[in-house]
Design a protein around this ligand. Structure first.
Ligand code: HH2
Length: 281
C-alpha cells in the first residue's frame, strides 16, 4: 500500500518552500494540515539540500526541527514522523521526541553511527543515493549505468548499516532523484525502479517539484504539480512504496486511483473522500 510522506521544511532556503515554514508554529500547522490530507509520514527537515545550499550547524538544525518534531510526534499523533538529517545529534533528539524514521540523504556518509542509533531505538533508516555533495552534485553527474551504479551504492550502504547493527527490516532505500543526476539519469531511474526494488527493501521516491520536471514541462517550481503527480504514479507502477511530496492531497488521490487501476487496492473498501457524492455518474 502506497504511503505518502509529507514534506515539512523548517528552512529559510529550501528550493520550493524556503522561508514559508521557518516559524515553528507555521511548520506545525502545515504538518497537521498534511496529516489531515492523508500523509502517513511527516518528514521534518532543518537543512536544505538544494544544489549549492549552505551547510547548517547541528545547533541550528536542532533549534529549527526540535519544537516541530515534538509537536507533530507528541502523544496522540496519528502520523509517523521522520527526521530529514545526516547529523547524529539531530537524529537523536528527534527520536527522543517521538520520531520513528531517520531520513539520511547522505546514506551514513555524514555519520555512520546513525545506523547504530536507529538499531538501539528500533527506528527505520532511509538510505538515499547522492553523487557528490549538495554543493557540487549537479556539476558533472556521470555514471557507467545509472541504475546499476545506484543499486551497487545502495547495497553497499545497506551492508554498512547492517554491520553497524541495524536489521534489514528497518531499512528503506531511495535513488535520490535530482541528487547528482541529469534529466536523463532521473528518467532512467524512474523507468527502471523495479531493479532497485529487487534489492528487497521498500523504495522511497522524491520527485516533488524538482527541476527535472521544470526542464520537461517548462514550468516554474510552484507550477509542477502535474509533473509531480505523473512521476509519482509511474514510480508507483515501477515499484516505489513511499512518496515524498509537498502536495499531499493531490498525490494521495492520484495514487489511490492508480492503485485501483493496477488492481492493487479494492476501491470498495476505501472510505468515501470528504464531500463525495453517493451516486456515481
Ligand atoms: N529530496 C529532498 C530532500 N530530502 N529525502 C529523500 N529520502 N529523498 C529525496 O528525494 C529528498 C529527500 C529535496 O527536496 P526538498 O526537501 O523539497 O528541498 P530542500 O532540500 O531544498 O529542503
Amino acid at each position: 500500500m502506497a504511503r505518502v510522506m509529507g514534506i515539512v521544511n523548517v528552512t529559510p532556503d529550501s528550493f520550493s518552500d524556503g522561508g514559508l515554514f521557518l516559524d515553528p508554529e507555521r511548520a506545525i500547522a502545515h504538518g497537521r494540515e498534511l496529516a489531515a490530507q492523508g500523509a502517513g509520514i511527516l518528514d521534518v527537515g532543518g537543512e536544505s539540500t538544494r544544489p549549492g545550499a549552505a551547510a547548517v550547524s547541528a545547533a541550528e538544525e536542532l533549534a529549527r526541527t526540535g519544537p516541530v518534531v515534538e509537536a507533530l510526534a507528541g502523544a496522540g499523533a496519528a502520523v509517523e514522523v521522520s527526521i530529514d538529517t545526516s547529523k547524529l545529534r539531530v537524529a537523536q533528539a528527534a527520536l527522543d521526541a517521538g520520531a520513528v524514521i531517520v531520513n539520511d540523504v547522505t546514506a551514513l556518509a555524514g555519520d555512520r553511527q546513525i545506523a547504530g542509533l536507529c538499531a538501539d531505538r528500533s527506528a527505520r533508516l532511509v538510505l538515499m543515493h547522492m553523487q557528490g555533495t549538495p554543493r557540487t552534485m549537479q556539476r558533472h553527474p556521470h555514471y557507467r549505468d545509472v541504475v546499476d551504479d545506484v543499486r551497487a551504492f545502495l547495497e553497499q550502504r545497506m551492508d554498512l548499516a547492517l554491520r553497524e547493527g541495524l536489521s534489514e527490516g528497518k531499512i528503506w532505500l531511495d535513488p535520490g532523484i535530482g541528487f547528482g543526476k541529469t534529466v536523463d539519469h532521473n528518467l532512467e531511474l524512474l523507468r527502471r525502479l523495479g531493479e532497485l526494488r529487487a534489492i528487497g527493501r521498500p523504495i522511497v521516491i522524491g520527485t516533488s517539484r524538482k527541476s527535472f520536471l521544470g526542464k520537461l514541462t517548462g514550468r516554474d517550481v510552484d507550477e509542477r504539480l502535474g509533473g509531480t503527480v505523473a512521476s509519482n504514479v509511474l514510480a508507483l507502477r515501477a515499484g516505489a512504496e513511499v512518496f515524498r511530496v509537498h502536495e499531499v492531497a493531490e498525490v494521495r488521490e492520484a495514487l489511490e486511483v492508480a492503485e485501483a487501476v493496477l488492481g492493487r487496492r479494492d476501491w470498495r473498501r476505501a472510505p468515501a473522500p470528504p464531500g463525495a457524492e453517493r451516486v456515481s455518474r
